[in-house]
Design a protein around this ligand. Structure first.
Ligand SMILES: Cc1cc2nc3c(=O)[nH]c(=O)nc-3n(C[C@H](O)[C@H](O)[C@H](O)COP(=O)(O)OP(=O)(O)OC[C@H]3O[C@@H](n4cnc5c(N)ncnc54)[C@H](O)[C@@H]3O)c2cc1C
Length: 407
């Protein structure tokens, strides 16, 4: 496909998929180029169908839920714990049942640990826009609330430890939590392949979007202050006057393609441990307090544990880590009364490490660059989000914003 009206989108992660969807909705011919053999980027299914990592959404993610609805995939995202989230405190052995929404905290038994009047005021103060400093500093006088609620939330939403995380981004999350339904947690019932990536590709194909997998963008020729040609693995696409493009690649790749671009340089890893396990139940979702991992996703044939901000955990050999984490999740599954056998012996497992899962959300994280670094080229990606942390919501918002900027 060529010509002035074609829009080339480089990168078929969630941001690129959303950008291609929005642009094709404007009636434009779109070609989506992806370097890898499959789409989805950091939210993808591995060749054997396992998710690279558990991905959860919240009711407070309107762009992501709207995108799923638009591509006909919304019904695949289900609320595994519609009432309260079971959380095992591994130190005390207590199983808590915590309402994620502040609207549910009127029930004493549903409150996060440490949520007294002082803690509530600290949360309200943290939600004010423009707060500097780290999360740990803001909650230093509320250690129980920090450990029992703020730290898990910070790890889940920012993939950064409270000691390193900037309060400003957590504040943006907290501000969205008070709305009805905002804290409802959703996961893909069958996995990211069937519930996200495949429906997105099918919906794009139905709109005539051409999808070229294994077609890496190797370089961009800039002439006269505009993108003049895109050099893909499969060949060069010359951009005649009026032609536009979206760069929906990760920050390090965007900086390689557009030297001098301001991008985040510090990233944080996420480790997922996947265990073969025939519980026959699911999806179910459990929290772990005081353990190596934070979240347990149980699906009928497998259990996955997420270790966010996994830098410290990754210093332990994986074999030992997998055994320790199995012990922790097993205690939580037994405490929560999940069906299935939960033997002592560690079942077959695999580890999926995403070294650059998200940017590190430090207080001094640089602001993202303009959406249009060149008049005919827009940037998309989770790292382009100025307010929210880098998540699916941020990636999808950025894809839509890039499409708007080019219209
Ligand atoms: C393990 C893990 C767990 C996570 N959990 C959650 C969660 O629970 N909830 C949540 O909301 N978010 C979660 N996230 C974050 C979320 O996955 C990301 O924010 C989001 O997927 C980023 O999408 P993106 O399109 O911006 O970037 P990417 O997914 O990185 O997409 C960029 C795409 O560009 C491609 N590409 C790179 N270079 C080129 C090139 N030169 N030419 C063409 N293509 C190129 C890449 O292959 C990739 O497909 C998690 C991330 C990880 C890794």
């Amino acid at each position: 496909m060529s010509g002035a009206s074609v829009i080339h989108v480089a990168g078929a992660g969630v941001a690129g998929l959303a950008a291609a969807w929005a642009l094709s909705g404007q009636g434009r011919p779109v070609v989506l180029h992806e370097a890898a053999p499959g789409a989805g980027g950091r939210a993808r299914a591995l060749p054997d169908g396992t998710d690279n990592g558990t991905h959860a959404l919240l009711g407070a993610n309107p762009a992501a839920l709207g995108f799923l609805r638009a591509i006909g995939a919304r019904q695949g995202w289900v609320a595994p714990e519609p009432d309260r989230l079971p959380v095992l405190d591994l130190e005390s052995g207590a199983l808590l049942r915590v309402a994620l929404s502040p609207l549910g905290w009127w029930r004493r038994g549903a409150r996060p640990p440490g949520l007294d009047m002082g803690g509530l005021l600290a949360l309200l103060a943290a939600a004010r826009p423009g707060r500097g400093g780290t999360v740990a500093e803001a909650f230093a006088r509320h250690p129980v609330l920090l450990r029992g609620f703020v730290e898990p939330l910070t790890l889940a939403a920012l993939n950064t430890t409270p000691e390193e995380a900037g309060l400003r981004r957590l504040g943006a999350v907290l501000r969205r939590m008070g709305r009805p339904g905002a804290c409802r947690l959703y996961v893909a019932r069958d996995g990211l392949g069937p519930d996200l990536v495949r429906p997105a590709l099918a919906a794009l194909a139905a709109r005539g979007v051409e999808i070229r997998l294994g077609d890496r963008l190797r370089g961009i020729s800039v002439e006269g202050g505009r993108a003049a040609a895109l050099h893909f693995a499969a060949g060069t696409e010359v951009l005649p006057p009026g032609a536009r493009a979206v760069l929906a690649t990760p920050p390090w790749e965007s900086a390689r393609l557009l030297p001098g671009l301001r991008v985040p340089v510090l990233h944080a890893p996420i480790l997922n441990l996947h265990y073969a396990h025939a519980s026959g139940t699911g999806p179910r979702f459990l929290g772990l307090l005081g353990g190596i991992g934070q979240w347990v996703l149980v699906r009928p044939g497998a259990v996955a544990v997420t270790v966010s901000a996994a830098g410290a955990a990754l210093r332990t050999p994986l074999e030992a880590l997998a055994a320790q984490v199995w012990g922790e999740l097993r205690r939580a599954a037994l405490a929560a009364g999940l069906p299935g056998g939960w033997p002592d012996a560690v079942p077959p497992w695999r580890a999926v490490k995403e070294q650059r899962a998200t940017p590190l959300h430090a207080p001094d994280q640089p602001a993202p660059p303009p959406v249009l670094p060149l008049p005919n080229l827009a940037l998309a990606g989770d790292w382009m989000e100025p307010v929210l942390p880098a998540t699916l919501e941020a990636a999808i918002r950025s894809g839509f914003r890039a499409a708007r900027a080019l219209s």
